[in-house]
Design a protein around this ligand. Structure first.
Ligand code: HEC
Length: 124
């Protein structure tokens, strides 16, 4: 009797833990932000890492304020590259690049390290 109620109690406690496992296997719906995050980690984070390394070879950290309102120009830039950055025109599909831009639009501005700056004094 006592043992039986213990088993019942345990199955009630464990039940919620089994739920996520059941949902986990279905293929995720197409989500450009998720795709963009993955592509960014694979192709861009080598240089555009949030850790501010002061090596000039590394790219600036990228976040939503940089792409907002300039989505087309940024997509263009990512495709063509610059003297310091390789272009991704041949490595990524146009839809991949726009997924990355969509992902970047969700990235908050990183907290600045070191001495606080006022934030708005970035010179483009
Ligand atoms: C080899 C290092 C490197 C890689 C890899 C790289 N970048 Fe860059 N990126 C740079 C550098 C350096 C700059 C600054 C370029 C300049 O001033 O000409 C830059 C600049 C940029 C800018 C412009 C930022 C601004 O403020 O105007 C964007 C957007 C950008 N990169 C996106 C990407 C994306 C997206 C990827 C991946 C698909 C990527 N980069 C991969 C080095 C890199």
């Amino acid at each position: 009797m006592k043992y039986g109620s213990m088993v019942l109690l345990f199955s009630i406690l464990l039940f919620p833990l089994t739920l996520p496992a059941q949902n986990g296997n279905s293929s995720p719906p197409y989500d450009p932000v998720t795709l963009g995050r993955r592509l960014f980690q694979q192709n861009c984070s080598v240089c555009h890492t949030q850790a501010t390394l002061t090596n000039p070879m590394y790219g600036p950290s990228l976040y939503r304020d940089i792409v907002n309102g300039k989505e087309d120009a940024m997509g263009d830039f990512i495709g063509k590259g610059s003297d310091k950055m390789p272009g991704f025109r041949y490595g990524l599909k146009a839809s991949d690049i726009s997924a990355i831009v969509e992902y970047l639009e969700t990235v908050p501005k990183p907290a600045s390290r070191g001495p606080q700056t006022k934030g708005e004094d970035r010179v483009d």
